[in-house]
Design a binder for this molecule. Structure first.
Ligand SMILES: Cc1ncc(C[n+]2csc(CCOP(=O)(O)OP(=O)(O)O)c2C)c(N)n1
Ligand SMILES: [Mg+2]
Length: 426
């Protein structure tokens, strides 16, 4: 049976994104998915079995094609692009340092990497305002840096040090900061961050403010039921959720082609009645522009946006996984689309950064990382007697108060109305 195709816009439009545009006569409906990409790789992966072994073969598309230049941002100043480039460098170099710490036996547990996804992590978080909220996942350590965590915080967390964000109570990426940085800790159960972030946006609205809240889900994780429930709730309530679907082509060792049948995951937005946008996740300017427009929409109270960022996970799932199941031709193709090399080339070509300034910027990043690494390595482990403290919330351990304003409660002389549900539960 021929696949149903959904009409797509030939190129990104200039205007701000809106809810899916519906047009057509009678039963024929067409919808628009904004696509910011300058190239549209169209490879498919086929599983080939021989005996007990399984491998994947790539077909379709031109695997030898060179990467296009970066797409001009409609919103970013040269200084801001350099800023994002710096965050991306810090992200990458910090992960390289984490890999070394792991190899030196200093890390408790595993290490997760966002290699090849730095543009997606950093440029997306860059679109949020300081008083807005982020819910990162394992590949978004760059987003944590942008939100104000220092590399030493992340390093100490992986080493379970006393001075780490969770004071050594948890390792790896399970930490946030609801007090100052407005970061909800990652939730391992894939998709669960979506309703939580929708709840954050609802909370802000009850306090009188429409804000943008941002979270991420992978090509694998987007198949979960809670992804649908959370995003549908946000759509119906017009909550300012910006959901970035990180389509990095793999979920563990399962290729995206064996995970879903739609051509582009952004098409899922149509079923929620919200805008869907596609960006090249290795192009920081595209990521930023789509996120900025989605955040603006959120701030206007117009509801969520689904942004599909297409890229590739350039390492295994975590440090234990050598990713030998990934065809090498695919690695080579995406290596030419290295987000940092692309942005660096763009900045130099535009003459927004000279070669000498670039060398200095890289040296500054390395110096900062070395300082942070020293501090993190030499900081103490938690004392054993403290192990039982700070695991559960204790009275007075942190105050929970409205961030924006006191919610207004509609009262009457009779007090709160009994709803049917509360009556039913009595
Ligand atoms: C509901 C749920 N199912 C399964 C897992 C186990 N798991 C953790 S990460 C992962 C792969 C996720 O792939 P994807 O969503 O594509 O994200 P990526 O690792 O590629 O960033 C799986 C299956 C989980 N944490 N939660
Ligand atoms: Mg994935």
């Amino acid at each position: 049976m021929p696949k149903k195709r959904i009409a797509r816009a030939p190129a990104a439009k200039k205007k701000l994104i809106r809810s899916p545009e519906r047009s057509g006569k009678g039963d024929l409906r067409t919808y628009t998915i904004l696509d910011y990409r300058l190239e549209k790789p169209d490879f498919t992966l086929r599983q080939v079995r021989s005996g007990d072994s399984v491998r994947y073969e790539v077909s379709g598309g031109d695997l030898a094609s060179p990467a296009p230049l970066i797409r001009e941002s409609k919103y970013l100043s040269p200084k801001q692009v350099i800023d994002i480039y710096r965050w991306m460098l810090l992200n990458r170099r910090m992960e390289a340092a984490l890999e070394n710490l792991y190899k030196q036996g200093k890390v408790v547990g595993g290490v997760y990497f966002g290699l090849g996804q730095e543009a997606c992590s950093c440029a997306s978080a860059y679109a949020l305002k300081a008083d807005e909220w982020l819910g990162p996942m394992i590949r978004n350590q760059g987003a944590l840096l942008v939100r104000g965590f220092a590399p030493r915080d992340i390093m100490m967390q992986y080493m379970a040090k006393a001075g780490s964000p969770t004071k050594g109570r948890d390792a790896s990426s399970h930490f946030g900061d609801i007090e100052k940085r407005n970061v909800v800790a990652p939730i391992s159960t894939l998709g669960d961050l979506i309703p939580v972030l929708a709840g954050v946006a609802l909370g802000a609205r009850l306090q009188g403010k429409n804000i943008a809240v941002m979270t991420y889900i992978g090509d694998g994780g987007q198949s979960t039921g809670v992804t649908y429930e959370g995003l549908n709730f946000a759509a119906v309530q017009k909550l300012g959720l910006v959901l970035i679907v990180e389509n990095n082509l793999w979920g563990y060792s399962t290729p995206a082609d064996m995970q879903f049948c739609v051509k582009d995951l952004a098409e899922r937005a149509i079923a929620y009645g919200i805008p869907g946008v596609i960006v090249d996740g290795t192009d920081a300017c595209q990521v930023y522009d789509a996120c900025h427009e989605a955040c603006e929409r959120a701030r206007r109270g117009e509801g969520p946006t689904l942004i599909e960022a297409k890229m590739m996970r350039m390492k295994g799932h975590a440090i234990h996984d050598a990713a030998e199941y990934v065809p090498s031709a695919l690695f080579e193709y995406w290596k030419r689309r290295d987000p940092i090399a692309r942005l660096e080339g763009y900045l130099l070509k535009k003459k927004w950064l000279t070669s000498a300034e670039n060398t200095k910027l890289i040296a500054d990043v390395e110096r900062q990382l070395e300082e942070d690494r020293e501090v993190a390595v030499n900081s103490p482990m938690p004392v054993p007697e403290s192990a039982a403290g700070g695991v559960y919330c204790e009275a007075g351990c942190h105050e929970i108060k409205p961030k924006y304003a006191m919610p207004k409660v509609r009262g009457g002389k009779a007090g709160l109305k009994h709803s049917e549900a509360t009556v039913h539960l009595k």
